[in-house]
Design a protein around this ligand. Structure first.
Ligand code: ZN
Ligand code: ZN
Length: 256
């Protein structure tokens, strides 16, 4: 399984993109930068999208992707909780700001088939097993563990904690992409918006280590662009404090 990091930040610029991942070129985790980082051919290869939640930075490129693939013979399968799918349809594909591509244009076939999932219930998507895991965020959010051929990769979604649910999962991931958005100086902002900082990540990892959990490879993403150097410095401090290795994710990083 090859995971390409399309975006590792919480803002879109020339160099940085919204947190978004593409597995083997066909299965996307979130859609925040699926159009802005992929060529037309690559967009047409995307067969399924697992949405973590409805926030704009995670759903933004769905409408563009849908229009770009309108003439493809097969619709793209989009999975998330019903509340998330309803909000995406109501706000992004509302038929006014953008066409409702779950119904198709001018009697044509739809670009998207929406599928509701339930946290805790495993599903099969393409050739992957997918376990949705509850995250801790102000709107309903699930992270995912995607498994194939003995490889298991986790995506925390936006979260203020609850990483133990991933570490102790029966299919605990070997790699976990984790939301670490703000530096410790902005702990209150992180607490209110439910994102991790290096210190809250440290607490989560320390608790797991104390519980005897074997930590996966941790790849922090979703960094706030304005505070990037501060976050990276603080992550290095977490590494020395805990004696663990953290590997901040970047655009175009490939994790195989
Ligand atoms: Zn969010
Ligand atoms: Zn986000």
């Amino acid at each position: 399984m090859q995971v390409r990091v399309l975006g590792a930040h919480n803002l879109e610029t020339k160099e940085t993109h919204h947190t978004c991942f593409l597995i083997d070129g066909v299965l996307a985790i979130d859609a925040g930068s699926l159009a802005s980082t992929l060529g037309a051919d690559e967009q047409r290869r995307v067969s399924a999208v697992l949405l973590t939640h409805l926030h704009f930075d995670h759903a933004r490129d769905l409408p563009t992707l849908g229009l770009a693939t309108i003439d493809e013979p097969t619709a793209i399968d989009v999975f998330s909780e019903q509340r998330t799918l309803d909000s995406v349809r109501a706000h992004l594909l509302d038929g006014e700001v953008y066409p409702d591509l779950t119904r198709g244009l001018n009697e044509g076939p739809p670009s998207f088939n929406f599928h509701a999932l339930t946290e805790g219930e495993r599903l099969s998507v393409l050739r992957y097993d997918v376990d949705p895991v509850r995250a801790d965020h102000p709107v309903p959010t699930v992270g995912y563990i995607v498994s194939a051929n003995g490889t298991r990769v986790g995506f925390s979604g936006d979260t203020g904690g609850k990483l133990l649910s991933f570490f102790t999962h029966e299919r605990a991931p070997q790699v976990l992409f984790v939301d670490v958005t703000f530096p410790d100086r902005l702990a209150e902002r992180a607490r209110r918006s439910k994102h991790l900082t290096p210190s809250t990540l440290q607490r989560e990892l320390a608790e797991a280590l104390e519980a005897g959990v074997k930590l996966p490879r941790i790849v922090p993403v979703h960094r706030s662009l304005a505070h990037e150097s501060e976050v990276l410095k603080e992550l290095a401090l977490v590494e020395s404090a805990l004696g663990v290795e953290l590997e901040p994710g970047y655009e175009n990083m490939v994790v195989a």
